[in-house]
Structure formats: C-alpha cells, structure tokens
Design a protein around this ligand. Structure first.
Ligand code: SF4
Length: 330
C-alpha cells in the first residue's frame, strides 16, 4: 500500500458569530468540525458533499490558507499545523490549489507570462529568462503554447483560463494539489478535456490530488478513494469502487441515487432526502443527518455516531452498522 502524504487529525475550523459594537461572540459557525483522514502518495482523494458542507474550507485549511481552530495537519511526516516563516513558505511551495472560477482567481491586468513568473519569483524557483522558459514549458504541459504567453486572461476561453490556472499551480513544482471544483464552471465537453489533462498530469508529474466536488460523476471518473462530508463532518470514507457499488451511509445513498448509472444492469433505489441542509451555526444534535434521514431511530437524535470500520476497511458514521443494531433488527 502507498504511504500517507497528508494526514488530517481531528481538524476543526470554527468562525465566531459576532454582534453589536463590542463584537460580542454569540456563537460559532462550525465549518469543519473534527475531520480525520489520510491522503496516500500518488492518489486522487475525492471529497464530496452538498454546497456549504465545509469541503472548500477543509481544503483551504489543509493548505494553511486559513488557520485551523484545532487539530493537526501532518504533511510528509512533518506537523505543519503551526509552521510559520520559512517552514510555511516551504510548505506552500509543495502544496498548491486550483480554484473553481479561473477568471476571478487571476489578476485581469497581468499577462500569462507575468502571472506565471511572479509565482516563480515569489517562491524562489526561477527569475528572468529562466522563469520565462519555464513558463513556456508549463504552457505546453497544459496544452497551450508560447503564443499565449503575452495574452491577458480575458483573451482566453473558460477552458484555456483554467489551463493557465493549472500551469500556475504547477509553477512551484508541487507534490500535492487541491482541485476545488476545477471543472464545474465549464461546458461538459471542456470538462472532459480538462479531466483528461488532470489525469495525464498526475501520472506524468507523480502528483497527489485532493479533488473537491459536488459532482459524483466527475469524482467517479478521477478519484481512487472518496470521503463524503455532511454538515462539517466526514460521514463515509471508502474506495471509489465500493462506494459507487454499495454506498453505506444514507446520505451517500441519496447523493448517488441522483447520479445516472452507466451500467444498465445496475439498478439503484431512489433515496430521497427530506428538506434543506441545516445551518452549521446550529447543527442538529446526535447524528447531524437525523432530521433528513429516512432510517433515523431513537438513538439518532441523542448520540453522535463516530466513524467506524465496516466491510473491509470502509468507514461509516451511522448506527445502522452497529453490531448491536444489526443483531436487534436482524
Ligand atoms: Fe440515519 Fe441514524 Fe444513520 Fe444518522 S445514524 S444516518 S440518522 S440511521
């Protein structure tokens, strides 16, 4: 088995809710609330869930674009949770992010040459002519070329702009890249081309991906393992194949029942989730999914289910998989 490159231990990111001139703290929005998992070297780890479940905040916290409230981030056996100065700069070179909206993540007044060489300059990678040569190599790597070097972001199509963003992320020679819904703002045909590019780059450059998405079909195409988040917590973690074949958590079942099944011999039961996701400022007691869960029983509103191992190293946070429950109902 591949070794772990990233290890997240009980990570939390809470935002205070303040009010009045004195800024009194009324409560906290628990955007990420005690999440633990590992990402193996060279894999694509998918993180899925409805919008607002905390997956983007989790990705940014792992990269230290925001400081965690509690918990630890271990990268390549080094605790980077609190590193600063040189240590943080070194970490930021090794880890990069590609955002959902390529247009808003680039300065419209900078040419592609300036966007790419600036990152190299700031990170001490290359300067002057050497940086320009590396910028051309990067453009060719992502399917563009030298003729695009002195163009501005508005002169590109959406797909080309995202290719520039991928080139920018690769300009520090990272090992680990967070892809935050990188194709969701693009047409389906352009999405397919970009997903192929990301797969090819991963192989060629030996990259490790954290792929954040609400699109299960895209996750199925790109990822090796998948973590499912609901209201700031991880509720299931599994190999992609097992997850798509037999989702365990009722929330995962609901997410997958909305995805068209490519194999006509596989029939998936439609699972309907009631209502809207509750606010992370005031999450439901016990299992956070209980107000929307069709299988909820007495224990669910009062006890928090922890992630437990079932069926050959799969993890799920649901009392339906408690041995005791299976005995009682079986
Ligand atoms: Fe549903 Fe209970 Fe399982 Fe939560 S613990 S998902 S409420 S059955």
């Amino acid at each position: 088995m591949k070794s772990d490159l990233v290890k997240i231990v009980d990570l939390k990111k809470h935002y205070p809710i303040r009010s009045g001139v004195l800024g009194r703290t009324l409560g906290y929005v628990r955007a990420v609330d005690g999440v633990s998992f590992e990402i193996r070297r060279g894999e694509s780890f998918g993180l899925v869930g409805e919008s607002g479940c905390g997956k983007t905040t989790l990705g940014k916290t792992i990269l230290r674009l925001m400081d965690p409230t509690a918990g630890r981030i271990i990268y390549d056996d080094t605790d980077v949770t609190k590193v600063s100065g040189r240590g943080l700069r070194k970490y930021r070179r090794a880890v990069q992010i590609v955002f959902q909206d390529p247009f808003s993540s680039m300065d419209p007044r900078q040419t592609v040459a300036s966007i790419l060489t600036e990152v190299m300059h700031v990170n001490g990678i290359a300067e002057g002519q050497r940086a320009l040569e590396k910028a051309i190599d990067l453009l060719e790597l992502v399917g563009l070329n030298e003729s695009h070097l002195f163009r501005y972001p508005h002169e590109f199509s959406g797909g080309q702009r995202q290719r520039v963003c991928i080139a920018r992320a690769l300009s520090t020679d990272p090992e680990f890249v967070v892809l935050d819904e990188p194709t969701s703002s693009l047409d389906v045909s352009v999405q397919a081309q970009l997903l192929k590019l990301l797969k090819d780059l991963q192989k060629k450059l030996d990259l490790t991906y954290l792929f954040i998405s609400h699109n299960m079909a895209v996750v199925r195409h790109l990822c090796d393992r998948v973590g499912v988040m609901y209201l700031a917590k991880l509720v299931e973690l599994s190999d992609k194949k097992d997850l798509f074949l037999e989702p365990l958590h009722p929330y995962t079942q609901a997410l997958l029942s909305a995805v068209p099944e490519p194999d006509p011999t596989v029939r998936r039961e439609g699972v309907v989730v009631k209502g809207e996701p509750p606010s992370p400022a005031n999450p439901p007691s016990g299992c956070r999914f209980h107000p929307r869960c069709a299988y909820a029983f007495e224990k669910c509103p009062s006890v928090v289910p922890e992630l437990m191992e079932v069926n050959n190293k799969r993890l799920v946070a649901c009392f339906l998989y408690d041995e005791g429950h299976v005995r009682e109902t079986g």
